[in-house]
Design a protein around this ligand. Structure first.
Ligand SMILES: Nc1ncnc2c1ncn2[C@@H]1O[C@H](COP(=O)(O)OP(=O)(O)O)[C@@H](O)[C@H]1O
Ligand SMILES: [Mg+2]
Length: 244
């Protein structure tokens, strides 16, 4: 593992909103998050702090806060929290050969940066499938990134990678994650997708209003809520639309 564990030092007011999140507070109080398997997930309700935590880990490791590979250095707007300054990482002995931080909202900026760096030469774009990332759909460009640019012995921190992908592409993403994990890559992924979450043997950290805990795939809300809906959409719609 390239990141073996994550701890938080004492939380101070300078850390802003992040220091008030229950998940962050419980991590600061309760020790560390261990990353022992090639794939680790963060799940939990909107607003529990998955993105904040993922971003702090990524920035601390040396990724650009806006996403991209380890050597990207663009900045359009500083919106990331200062939480990374309280993060302590235990790094593995080996360093990854490559890596990518996918920020949920800003793949567009990363794509622009790649195009600019390429400067029309096609040399850099070749590593991303050879086609302008802006001339592909969001899903297509993200998928070509994963297929072409993600390599073995890499560190990949992905925030909601399902956002742009169809269900079958999400399954292809799992296949790719498996290939890359077998080639010595490590993934840390925040997701709401029961498909993306299904990698066998992964550790799942669930963030809630009372902190962070390890959970099993089928015990996650992501799984149980989706399953309840898919088992009977009609019944669920009746239930949801029920009037007092
Ligand atoms: N820049 C910010 N300033 C103030 N509060 C923020 C900022 N970014 C996120 N938050 C708040 O922090 C909480 C956690 O956000 P986030 O980490 O994005 O959650 P998640 O990714 O789990 O949905 C949310 O309640 C959100 O409103
Ligand atoms: Mg998020």
């Amino acid at each position: 593992m390239y990141i073996r564990s994550v701890k938080l030092e004492k939380l101070t007011a300078e850390l802003g909103y992040a220091a008030k999140l229950p998940a962050v507070k419980s991590l600061a109080a309760a020790g560390e998050l261990e990353f022992e398997s090639p794939v680790t997930y963060f799940v939990g309700e909107n607003g529990t702090g998955k993105s904040t935590l993922l971003e702090a880990i990524a920035v601390k490791y040396g990724f650009n806060a806006e996403g991209g590979s380890l050597n990207f250095s663009f900045a359009t707007r500083e919106t990331h929290s200062p939480l990374h300054s309280a993060v302590k990482l235990v790094r593995g002995i080996e360093r990854p050969r490559t890596g990518f931080f996918l920020r949920a909202e800003s793949f567009y900026n990363a794509a622009s940066y790649i195009e600019e760096a390429d400067g029309g030469s096609g040399k850099i774009l070749a590593a991303y499938g050879g086609k302008s990332l802006h001339e592909q759909s969001h899903g297509e460009s993200f998928f070509s990134l994963v297929m072409n640019r993600f390599k073995g012995r890499g560190l990949y921190i992905l925030d909601e990678p399902e956002a742009a992908l169809s269900p079958s592409r999400q399954m292809s993403l799992l296949v790719r994650i498996n290939e890359l994990a077998e080639q010595g890559s490590q993934f840390i992924i925040a997701t709401h997708s029961p498909i993306v979450l299904a990698y066998p043997g992964a550790v799942i950290y669930e963030l809630t209003e009372s902190g962070i805990s390890i959970t099993e795939y089928k015990s996650t809300e992501t799984y149980s809520v989706m399953k309840a809906f898919m088992d009977s959409p009609e019944r669920m719609i009746d239930h949801l639309f029920e009037k007092e």
